[in-house]
Design a protein around this ligand. Structure first.
Ligand SMILES: Cc1cc2nc3c(=O)[nH]c(=O)nc-3n(C[C@H](O)[C@H](O)[C@H](O)COP(=O)(O)OP(=O)(O)OC[C@H]3O[C@@H](n4cnc5c(N)ncnc54)[C@H](O)[C@@H]3O)c2cc1C
Length: 354
């Protein structure tokens, strides 16, 4: 048995702490605020769960495994986490994401439907599809109640509240630094992660929009989902690269709201005048290519760096934790694409193509 400290109770840290605890290690989870704080990437109400990752099979398989583990967590904690409404990928001219994803889904045996725009109209009470070329629908996909899931993971291990720094590290044989958007603050010389703001909006809609599919417009880029549990319909623009301080104030931006409203009016015309009923300002912690960061600290024995979830990490939480725990136990090595060092080009793993 090894003494392990995991710093950061977002989905990456909490899932890793729980997995190592299940394997018999003596684990303490450290969190500066509270697990699932809305300041963390994992603190959103919902996150999309999907298998389609373009041509990338590694993450497609990881997300399938994660769904099994999320289901297990639901049973163990009697918590309702997943809402499988399906996810619709809305294609515009020139988009290649759906084609690449279908080839991967075929290879790994995951069901999907390829719909014409007319056929896809059945998925939503109203769909403005003049500029759409087709829809890839994943029925075995949907949403996860993210904050609730993060808290459920964290509840499995002893928790210490407080800010932990590399200058005054916890006493343990292994320290996993899973600090999300705070990782580059903790290791400025080592971790090249860009922290950028993301505004998310919720619109008041009627019951016809309850449990409509999650949607992603890879080349929009926009994404969102229908009414879930009274939150309203979520819509977000997935572009922009404005730097963001995760400890700062979180006021939504008028310009982004206007952009999202224009999108809603075009794509879901009956919602053109839907009232805004909520908003959140969150942040992505982007690596150069969208692959996560999983690696040993180059100078400190037993230290691991875990992060760079790059706007698509939530769904993978417990499956990623199995892999990270294997790496820590020396059963396998981190994949080359998760290592520290320069990252070149986009791996196309996010819901946004540009
Ligand atoms: C708007 C938005 C939409 C997204 N949509 C999706 C989606 O649809 N599907 C999907 O799969 N993913 C999505 N993501 C990505 C996903 O939610 C995040 O990438 C993921 O939750 C990040 O998890 P994390 O554990 O790495 O970091 P975080 O959740 O940020 O957790 C890090 C934790 O570490 C704590 N911490 C940091 N430093 C210290 C310290 N020194 N001492 C103690 N504690 C510390 C922080 O307080 C925080 O709680 C989205 C993200 C955002 C922002």
């Amino acid at each position: 048995m090894t003494r392990v400290a995991v710093v950061g109770a977002g989905v990456f840290g909490a899932a890793t702490a729980r997995e190592l605890h299940r394997r018999g290690h003596e684990v303490t989870l450290h969190e500066q605020y509270t697990p699932g704080t809305v300041r963390s990437g994992s603190g959103g109400d919902t996150r999309l769960v999907r298998t389609a990752h373009g041509e990338n099979e590694w993450y497609a398989r990881l997300s399938r495994r994660a769904v099994e583990l999320w289901r297990e967590l639901e049973r163990e904690t009697s918590t309702d986490l997943l809402a499988f409404t399906g996810v619709a990928w809305l294609d515009t001219v020139g988009s290649t994401f759906a084609e690449a994803s279908m080839a991967t889904l075929d290879r790994i045996g995951v069901p999907y439907e390829r719909l014409t725009v007319d056929e896809a109209a059945r998925l939503f009470p109203a769909l403005g599809g003049d500029d759409l070329t087709g829809v890839l629908f994943e029925p075995e996909a949907g949403l996860i109640r993210a904050r609730r899931a993060t808290r459920a993971l964290a509840s499995a291990v002893p928790l210490e509240i407080g800010n932990v720094t590399p200058q005054a590290p916890p006493k343990a044989d292994v320290v996993v630094w899973a600090c999300g958007a705070w990782l580059p603050k903790a290791f400025p010389e080592l971790v090249a992660i860009e922290v950028v703001r993301r505004d998310v909006y919720f619109f008041g809609v009627d019951g016809a929009w309850a449990r409509t599919p999650g949607f992603c417009e890879y080349d929009g880029p926009f994404y969102g989902h229908g009414e879930l549990g009274g939150l309203g319909m979520k819509v977000a623009w997935d572009g922009g690269s404005v730097a963001f301080d995760p400890d700062g104030e979180r006021l939504p931006e008028e310009e982004t709201l206007a952009r999202v409203r224009a999108y809603v009016a075009r794509r879901f015309p009956t919602l053109a005048d839907a009232p805004l009923i909520g908003s959140r300002v969150c942040q992505y912690e982007l690596t150069g290519d969208g692959h996560f960061l999983v690696d040993r600290h180059p100078d400190r024995d037993g230290w691991w760096l875990l992060g760079g979830a790059s706007g698509h990490g939530f769904k993978h939480g417990p499956a990623l934790a199995e892999y990270v725990a294997d790496c820590i136990e020396g059963v396998r090595d981190p994949e080359p694409f998760h290592r520290l060092g320069p990252r070149v080009g986009s791996a196309g793993l996010r819901t946004a193509g540009r």
